[in-house]
Design a protein around this ligand. Structure first.
Ligand SMILES: Cc1ncc(COP(=O)(O)O)c(C=O)c1O
Length: 308
């Protein structure tokens, strides 16, 4: 019997449920909270974190609808492009990445991996890239066997894959914490969470006021579901920016707890959580689950750019 390539892509190498680890840190005792980390970064060596969860039902959809080609969008260091290339390779699907920027970026480690895994890369200037949600511009990429996956994998198809995460926990936390950018992961968690559970999403970019609208667009029931908020003031300068102080904090935290973090998503969100704790915006006694959304491949790109 032939193996099902899609279940291989989503289940074959995957570690599920992802591990749940208790984090020990003196400040947590001071703030009187319990912190667990849902290690989604360990789900899969290449399709890690929220990528695995967001892509799962895109791959199912592709299989069910005869789509043999996945096409998506991202920056030159995109975790999503990296994961999509890996998922396509494992599933036997052709992949194309529409990349914002210059062809020179092709030498970076993210895009080298994507190429090695068979992804076709198409570079577009910033002005064109801005039209990535414009149906008139997208028409040039449409084909009967092509599934166009929005940037970051954030489409309504991302919702059920993320929502499933909630049932992997052996207890119901008081508070979920996660980074957010395009909003797909948050939307999935809003869909999956139990009524009593709260969510604190840390926006990793500046001007993240639009994210709540995105969450409601991706998952309309979020408009009436209570218990989620987005903290907009922990971006530390903007998307993919971070101060030396933040990076030092992240490294110290990792050394103290043994939890690997990077400064763009997971590290910034953890830093944001501790700022929220310090500001007294998290109730003492809370049992918190922090979702490690992966993205550790991005560290290689930061190193290449001599960002640290
Ligand atoms: C590692 C990582 N964590 C978090 C996010 C943010 O997730 P979302 O775009 O679904 O808000 C991203 C970007 O998609 C990411 O690459």
């Amino acid at each position: 019997m032939q193996a099902d390539p899609h279940s291989e892509a989503t289940d074959g190498l995957a570690i599920l449920p992802s591990p749940l680890l208790l984090i020990q840190h003196p400040l947590l005792t001071r703030y009187g909270v319990e912190l667990w980390c849902k290690r989604d970064d360990l789900i899969h060596p290449a399709i890690s974190g929220n990528k695995w969860r967001k892509l799962k039902y895109h791959l199912h959809y592709a299989r069910e609808h005869g789509k043999h080609h996945l096409l998506s969008f991202g920056g030159a260091y995109s975790n999503h492009i990296h994961a999509l290339a890996a998922a396509g390779r494992q599933s036997g699907l052709r992949t194309t990445g529409i990349i914002r920027g210059e062809v020179d970026a092709v030498s970076n480690s993210t895009l080298r991996d994507a190429r090695r895994w068979g992804m076709d890369l198409v570079f577009v200037d910033r002005q064109s890239y801005r039209r990535r949600q414009d149906p008139d511009w997208l028409a040039q990429f449409e084909a009967p066997d092509t599934l166009i996956v929005p940037e970051g994998g954030s489409s309504p198809l991302a919702i059920p894959g993320v929502a499933e995460l909630v049932d992997e926990l052996p207890f119901s936390p008081d508070l979920w914490v996660l980074p957010c950018a395009s909003g797909g992961t948050l939307a999935g968690l809003v869909a999956g969470k139990r009524e009593r559970e709260q969510i604190l999403a840390i926006a990793v970019l500046k001007g993240g006021g639009f994210i709540a609208d995105e969450v409601r667009r991706l998952y309309p029931a979020a408009a009436t579901r209570l218990g989620w908020r987005i903290a907009l003031d922990h971006h530390d300068g903007g998307y993919a920016r971070f101060s030396p102080a933040l990076w030092q904090w992240v490294q110290d935290f990792s050394a103290e707890t043994g939890l690997p973090l990077e400064p763009i998503y997971s590290g910034k969100a953890m830093w944001g959580l501790f700022r929220e704790l310090e500001a007294g915006r998290v109730a003492p006694g809370s049992r918190i689950v922090f979702i490690h959304t992966g993205g550790m491949q991005g560290l290689a790109g930061l190193r290449e750019q001599r960002r640290f």
